[in-house]
Write a protein that binds this ligand. Structure first.
Ligand code: G
Ligand code: G
Ligand code: MN
Ligand code: NA
Length: 259
């Protein structure tokens, strides 16, 4: 209840801040996209999303929060897209996705910001897409398909940790696959678990390549992991090795060639 009150105040007082983490082209090292990650600058300090998103979902506050996130990300991303051709990834929770007004919210954010649909990627977990039953899922697929006619792309987030029926990749409206850091966070080691993770990463990357879906390896932290991923021909990576999530002004500087 305390968190819910805080979230309501946070919306009114403008305490939500977006940080942006680069998604890097592993062949060229160039920034290909950025993922918007929400931070709550509460009077008691910065609160990470894991600590408040569940409450936001339970209370329905995720809907107005999500609208704010989407709009701000589109407005921020417009200049990055104009100058550097960069797309912005926005996380969308199941509650937002299942709301009837969702398509309108996205189209309004694009129209008002001037960001072209091609520059927006919605990140959705398999769970958010599928958890609620067939009819609901059918409606969500319809919404996403409509958005795709405007050029908006859909990324499956945390791939490999949900239900992960491989058939979903064929039947769902998916344009990008984000491979969960649990696979890509590989440490060189000869223990069985490490070798298996490595093998699974390779298999997922191969699967994405065969289906012509760009794969993003998440949570790349070491040069060794990067090298493995490049060897496996993984096209894209994201993680602390390249950059942590940055405030918009810091990203401006990074893109302009500073640090
Ligand atoms: O930035 P961090 O790694 O702490 O994010 C933790 C989780 O919170 C991630 O799974 C991410 O998908 C989720 N998250 C971050 N920002 C948003 C957001 O704007 N909306 C939603 N629904 N989830 C977010
Ligand atoms: O679940 P999702 O992929 O949307 O969230 C990404 C989360 O991963 C964010 O909270 C972000 O801060 C975090 N993150 C980004 N890069 C790294 C990394 O290299 N290592 C770890 N451990 N976490 C990361
Ligand atoms: Mn994400
Ligand atoms: Na993820």
């Amino acid at each position: 209840a305390r968190i819910a009150e805080g979230l309501r105040r946070a919306l009114d007082e403008d305490e939500f801040v977006l940080n942006y983490q680069p998604v890097v082209d592993l062949r060229t090292g160039e920034v290909h996209a950025v993922e918007a990650l929400l931070r709550w600058h509460s009077p008691e300090g910065i609160v990470p999303p894991d600590a408040f998103i569940p409450t936001a979902e339970e209370t329905g506050l995720i809907v107005p929060i999500g609208v704010q996130v989407l709009r701000r990300a589109c407005f921020d991303a417009r200049r990055w897209h104009e100058r550097y051709g960069i797309a912005v990834n926005v996380n969308v929770s199941g509650h937002q996705l299942h709301r009837p007004g969702f398509v309108g919210t996205v189209l309004d954010a694009l129209a008002d910001s001037g960001l072209p649909g091609e520059a927006l990627i919605l990140e959705i977990t398999e769970t958010a897409l599928l958890a609620t039953g067939q009819q609901e899922t059918a409606r969500v697929i319809e919404s996403l398909s409509e958005l795709r006619t405007y050029g908006v792309r859909v990324a499956i987030d945390d791939f490999g940790t949900g239900y992960s029926s491989l058939a979903y990749l064929q039947h769902l409206p998916v344009d990008v696959v984000k491979i969960d850091g649990a696979f890509t966070g590989y440490e060189a080691g000869t223990d069985t678990a490490s070798r298996q993770r490595h093998a699974l990463t390779r298999a997922i990357i191969g699967l994405c390549e065969s289906l012509d879906l760009p794969a993003v390896a998440e949570k790349v932290e070491t040069a060794e992991q990067e090298e493995f991923l490049r060897d496996m021909r993984c096209p894209l990576g994201q993680g602390y090795l390249f950059s942590k999530p940055l405030p918009a002004q810091d990203l401006d500087r990074l893109l302009a060639g500073g640090t």
